[in-house]
Design a protein around this ligand. Structure first.
Ligand code: GDP
Length: 297
């Protein structure tokens, strides 16, 4: 995969220099941090996030942690690794589970972000751990969205509930939930309509679906290739819909990584899953510490 390549290479260069040093002065740290700052900005990480990040790392690096160490270069790398992990949420955020099944997961996002594909991937992941998911086709506006979900459902052997495109999404959500209860299915994944841009009508409809479905989990699907735009989208959805997590898609592309590194800090909402590829493989839980290590190489 090419994702984060630019950022990764640049950070490895910066730390390669530091690692080799027996002694690391405050100037060395400042110089390294200047380069890290540029690398993060070029990777399209949010400006304020970068500023806070650099301040935190410098604070710790120039503080006592280094003074005590015989390998100060390694200490700086370690501090950056820990802070990068923190930035992305620290620990892995688990999928919520209802006290009484079914667990309801609302999938939201802009059109083209990968909502329908990710819904199927999530279903496959749940199915793999012996759950019985139901996919509910609630995107009645995009032509062929229902058909797409049906095809994917059939491909992975997960039932798809639809009432066609002439029934309101609210009614589809209500009936879908009932269908899951009646059939002993323990997870309901609600695919919803996306628009090309955030608009009031879409939000209002989502709010109504939310009210009826009372989801345990509201996942926003965002396209990591759109960088800061993904973060802005997450911010506005979160303000209006109380998201519980983000699914970051298209990490297989040559994304610069800005979205992955900014979403949690800007929105307060953790990335719960990442998606790669168009093929329906199980959705992968997002591990901040693994991602940090991958970036630092
Ligand atoms: P929706 O409008 O949000 O439901 O988006 P779709 O699920 O239909 O996905 C839009 C396009 O992106 C489709 O061509 C998908 O195959 C593709 N896609 C979705 N997720 C990924 C991903 O993780 N990686 C790649 N490379 N393509 C993806």
């Amino acid at each position: 995969t090419m994702a984060f390549e630019g950022l990764s290479t640049r950070l490895q260069n910066v730390f390669g220099k530091l690692r080799g040093k027996g002694k690391v002065s405050e100037d060395d740290v400042n110089e390294a941090m200047r380069e890290v700052r540029l690398a993060l900005l070029e990777a399209d990480v949010n400006f304020k996030v970068v500023k806070d990040f650099i301040a935190k790392v410098k604070d710790r690096a120039i503080g006592q942690e280094m003074a005590k160490s015989f390998t100060p270069g390694m200490v700086v790398v370690d501090i950056v690794n820990k802070e990068l992990t923190e930035l992305m949420g620290g620990t892995q955020s688990k999928l919520a589970k209802a006290n009484k099944p079914p667990t309801v997961i609302l999938m939201a996002g802009l059109q083209g972000a990968g909502k329908t594909t990710s819904s199927a991937k999530l279903a496959k992941m749940l199915q793999k751990s012996n759950h019985k998911p139901l996919l509910v086709a609630g995107d009645i506006y995009r032509p062929a969205a229902i058909k797409q979900l049906q095809v994917l459902g059939e491909q992975i052997g997960v039932p798809v509930f639809t009432l066609g495109d002439q029934t309101s999404p609210v009614e589809i959500a209500r009936s879908g939930l009932q269908h899951a209860k009646d059939n002993g299915l323990d997870y309901v994944i609600l695919d919803t309509a996306g628009r090309l841009h955030i608009d009031a009508a879409l939000m209002e409809e989502l709010r109504q679906v939310h009210e009826v479905a009372k989801p345990d989990e509201v996942l926003l699907v965002v396209d990591s290739m759109t960088g800061q735009e993904a973060v802005n989208v997450a911010k506005s959805f979160h303000e209006q819909l109380e998201l519980t997590g983000v699914v970051l898609t298209k990490l297989d592309g040559d994304t610069r990584g800005g979205a992955a590194l900014s979403v949690k800090a800007v929105t307060g909402c953790p990335i719960k899953f990442v998606a790669t590829g168009e093929k329906i493989e199980p959705l992968e839980p997002f591990h901040p510490e693994r991602m940090a290590s991958r970036i630092l190489g």
